[in-house]
Design a protein around this ligand. Structure first.
Ligand code: ADP
Ligand code: MG
Length: 686
């Protein structure tokens, strides 16, 4: 439990200082100026007072209870100081000091020593090399951190290992006009870790959104589990850095080589219900809105504008990001027509004209809020000199109190109307400079609504003969297993494939439908057709016998399979890769150049839900090639979905399978299904 960390009764600063240019001075100042509600105890070997507060020569001399000791002494002294903290009964040491594991073997030794001391007394370690924590709850108001941005209560919480990133997030959130709730920047994270902090912030009622920068993920399954539960009522936002720890890539499979760290992070976040952003600015803009506004129930946006052009730009950006233009009800239009000037446009976007006054803004906002066909409202406004803009701002602020739907305001003005912006911000409406920004912010709020819906989806179940598959797998040696066995396993999962028969000795099987395909089946041959190991269009048994003799000559000692030849379909590639410490990841894409050149593939962590399988398909940029364009028939997407679900089930049921490539899978026109014609399957070496 991190309660004592975020709601401490007392904070000691070990290494407190009267020197303005020291961290020990800054932490003291931050605690004092933010009126920390607990005891503040500077510890200094000689000074009687620090910043007007009585100082103590040692933590052991401090009279009151100390839940946090902020430690800024030099690294070599830290283990002893932690030991003393243990004796005093300190619950958490926040170690600001750097020079530990991040500095090589000597630092690592010091780190071990301080951790030993901490363990001995049950002291929890925050850091080292960490900035600290803040809790803006007015009942606590603790700023145990050496950074410089003032603390103001708000509803966004910040979680970032790096002090620089945490500060940058906080700073920009503040610049936009938002306060924050809690703040954690935990540096080396030797003991108190990201998951633990996330859980704490997730349980904090006043936190509405958590802004994260995650550098290294220690226990990914736990992270996912935590996020999935938190995201039900708090938006989780994260920045794209693609530095998730991923084991070295094995390039033995397509899936392995295509799955870069970045796409793995995407898959993890998707599963976790975390929204990923490309830029800090976009993330912070969204956080600002999540912290101040309710979440829209759906994607339908209504736009109020007193200038036409920017509203059109907003529409473009809204639609490009998945929002829909709300269709206003007749009742709404009637209200608008009655209240606005005759020149006003009462369709969406509602153009109330540049002459619009406070009444016009007020009645329009209320009417849109009351329209059941509207999920969120975007105001794009300029500040014309011929109307009373202060009165407009005051009316928007007043009306905001009665609104139940999210509102975002784009104000295009200059510093002369700073008061207008302030009034609207003070009313809790996020204000942005650009129509695109406001539109994207609303879109991200809608995305969150979708994420919430996805989180409640159940894993899809496919019927399968798991015992049969396990039997086949048990017989196979580790490494790439024979295609004959791999097709048997697929068969147990009802994966559609052409009849495949292992050739025993040199005897060709009877009862096969022709044309057929002969393939070499050997662990040593990765790309069969590259070395002449695939013979297509075999017309009958005699020809098969002949091809077999010929191929056996070229691959002495190898095994062979013969397969019925499937009609040509659109080529897909589907893969599975079990990522150490993460879990099974499925990959889907179109074959050929789409995968080789364009790398147009989507990834998901198994298990898939039914709808999730559908999204995995629809996410492809080349999707139009599957939905029917330019004379191409629409492909059997439902069959692809079923196939993905079967493979998801296989991935969950058979953890011994570490990698799998189905390449190609043929998909046929709607209603005609799919066929897997080639499989490469790897069993984890025992
Ligand atoms: P590899 O990928 O090892 O070269 P494949 O088994 O994928 O070998 O065969 C190469 C190509 O031959 C496939 O991409 C596909 O176009 C075609 N092919 C293979 N098996 C069949 C089959 N049973 N029916 C139709 N075409 C097939
Ligand atoms: Mg192949």
């Amino acid at each position: 439990m991190l309660d004592s960390l975020f709601r401490p009764r007392g904070v000691a600063v070990i290494g407190a200082s009267n020197n303005t240019f020291s961290i020990g001075n800054r932490v003291m100042k931050n605690l004092i100026t933010h009126n920390f509600k607990g005891g503040i105890y500077p510890v200094h070997p000689k000074e009687p007072e620090i910043l007007g507060l009585k100082a103590y020569p040692s933590i052991l001399d401090v009279p009151g209870p100390v839940d946090i000791a902020s430690i800024v002494v030099k690294s070599t002294m830290v283990p002893q100081v932690v030991e003393d903290c243990g004796k005093k009964g300190v619950k958490f040491v926040i170690i600001h000091t750097a020079g530990f594991s991040e500095m090589g073997p000597d630092g690592a030794k010091l780190q071990d020593a301080l951790l030993d001391a901490a363990r001995k007394y049950g002291v929890r370690v925050y850091g080292p090399n960490s900035q600290g924590i803040m809790n803006s709850d007015p009942e606590i108001s603790v700023y145990a951190n050496f950074t410089f941005t003032p603390m103001r209560p708000g509803k966004a919480s910040i979680l970032a290992q790096s002090g620089g990133v945490a500060e940058m997030l906080n700073l920009n959130l503040r610049k936009m006009g938002s306060g924050f709730r809690m703040y954690a920047s935990h540096g080396n994270a030797t003991d108190v870790n990201t998951n633990e902090l996330l859980e704490y912030l997730g349980n904090d009622r006043e936190t509405r959104t958590i802004v994260m920068h995650i550098e290294s993920m220690k226990d990914t399954p736990r992270f996912i589990e935590l996020c999935r539960s938190i995201a039900k009522d708090k938006a989780l936002l994260a920045i794209r850095t693609g530095r998730t720890a991923v084991a070295a890539k094995a390039v033995s499979s397509h899936t392995g080589s295509l799955m870069q760290q970045d796409s793995l992070t995407d898959a993890i976040f998707e599963r976790a219900g975390v929204m990923r952003f490309n830029t800090t600015e976009e993330m912070i803009s969204a956080a600002y809105a999540f912290a101040t506004q309710p979440v829209p129930k759906g994607p339908r946006v209504a736009i109020v504008a007193n200038a036409g052009g920017p509203a059109i730009m907003a529409i473009d950006e809204c639609v490009a990001n998945g929002l829909q233009l709300a269709k206003l009800s007749d009742e709404t239009k009637k209200k608008l027509r009655a209240g606005l000037i005759p020149e006003a446009n009462v369709e969406n976007p509602v153009d109330i004209a540049a002459t619009a006054n406070a009444d016009h803004f007020g009645l329009t906002l209320s009417a849109l809020n009351d329209d059941p066909g509207v999920d969120c409202i975007l105001i794009t406004m300029v500040t014309p000199f011929f109307v009373d803009c202060d009165a407009i701002a005051a009316r928007i602020a007043q009306t905001a109190k009665t609104l139940t739907k999210p509102v975002v305001d784009v104000i295009m003005t200059n510093e002369n109307w700073a008061g207008v912006i302030q009034t609207i911000k003070d009313a809790g409406i996020p204000v942005f400079d650009f129509p695109e920004t406001g539109s994207r912010v609303l879109a991200s709020m809608v995305r969150y609504t979708q994420i919430q819906n996805h989180l409640s989806e159940k894993p899809a179940v496919a019927s399968a003969d798991k015992a049969k598959a396990q039997q086949v797998l048990a017989k196979a040696p580790g490494g790439f297993i024979s295609q004959a066995a791999a097709f048997e396993i697929l068969n147990a999962y009802q994966v559609p494939a052409p009849t495949t028969i292992q050739i025993a000795g040199r005897k060709v099987p009877s009862g096969l439908n022709y044309p057929a395909v002969l393939k070499v089946d050997s662990e040593a041959v990765v790309h069969k057709s590259d070395v002449g190991g695939v013979k297509l269009n075999i017309g009958g048994e005699a020809e098969l016998q002949q091809s077999l003799t010929e191929m056996s000559g070229r691959f002495p000692g190898a095994n062979f399979i013969v397969q019925e030849q499937a009609p040509k379909g659109t080529e897909l590639i589907i893969g599975l890769k079990r990522e150490p410490g993460v879990g099974p990841v499925l990959m889907f894409g179109l074959g050929g150049i789409f995968v080789e050149v364009l790398k147009d593939v989507s990834f998901r962590l198994a298990p898939l839900s039914e709808a999730g399988a559908g999204r995995m398909i629809r996410e492809l940029h080349s999707l139009p090639l599957l939905t029917g364009t330019r004379g191409l028939p629409a492909a059997d997407l439902a069959a692809i979905e079923r196939l993905l679900i079967s493979l998801s089930q296989l991935a969950i049921d058979l953890p011994e399978i570490s990698e799998m490539d189905l390449n190609p899978v043929f998909v046929y026109p709607q209603g005609q299904g799919v066929k897997v014609v080639d499989v490469r399957m790897k069993k984890e070496q025992a």
